[in-house]
Design a protein around this ligand. Sequence first.
Ligand code: ZN
Ligand code: ZN
Length: 322
Amino acid sequence: MVRTTPPRPVDIGRHFPELAPLARTAVRLHPRAGRPTAAVSSVGGPLLWPADEPWPVCPDHAGPSHVGTTPENARRVRRLLSRRARSGEDVSALLRRIPHQEEISQDGPLPLLPVAQLYAADVPGLPCPDGADLLQVLWCSFTDHDEPWVPRTVLRWRTAAEVRDPLDDAPQPSVVSHRNYLPEPCVLHPEPVTEYPHVIGLPRELRQRIEAWEGRHGSSYHDHLSVAPGCKAGGHVRWSLTDAVPLACAECGSNLRPLLTIADWEWDDEDPSWRPVEESTTPLHDDISPAWATKLWINRGYSLQLYVCEASWDHPRVQRMQ
Ligand SMILES: [Zn+2]
Ligand SMILES: [Zn+2]
């Protein structure tokens, strides 16, 4: 089934012509619980990986043990929380039996977790180096790397047709830092939408005129007319943690292009503006809402944004929490 964002209440590019050239296409990914295979785009699903290519590991988390939870226990907790949300059953005694954080042994460097796999055919405009048609994102679930607070990601682009002997069973980490960083397997429903710059990134004078217009029209540029919430490819940056900062490549100074945003919530019941029309009657409870199918919760509600240099694929990519 497709997912369709309701039309924006107004076409803001017509009210403010200076915004029109700043419009960008974002592809909302709409991850929803499912059983993706390596042949399809996914969040938290298996990756199309050559059997003879080493699986990425985290050199910073090499064992012999780490404090966290096992992937199995993380999923048991989720199943109980869903059960409680659906039936109202008191599952607190069952939850207490599952270790929350414990010392778990790990034999060798921690294998990275598959986070996202995007086939270019599913995601219009997905930036890919020449010949590549598949982007894969993995991460180490621990958040104590050189860039604190967020998992460290590894990106791979590849040509799907070149993977003739795919890996059947990817290595699994024995431990994840917290269940918030273990993506639940989701299939995607990519949908292109038009975005305008986040309000924080606009010139002050334009911002003031938009605020005056909002007062007259009862529409919120920030909430409804600019940047889509949730997981998406491309589009504009949703600034939330910091002011807007220049997005320039450290190597050459060229613009950084937003590649992928990995976020938690896609919409909520308080503001259903971005809720797909197909989901207008779905459950709103946190633990069973389709708006939170990935179960990712990055540092208590931020998003992880990945950028690439517009000028060169060889230049370092950038990841930020916002
Ligand atoms: Zn690590
Ligand atoms: Zn560059």
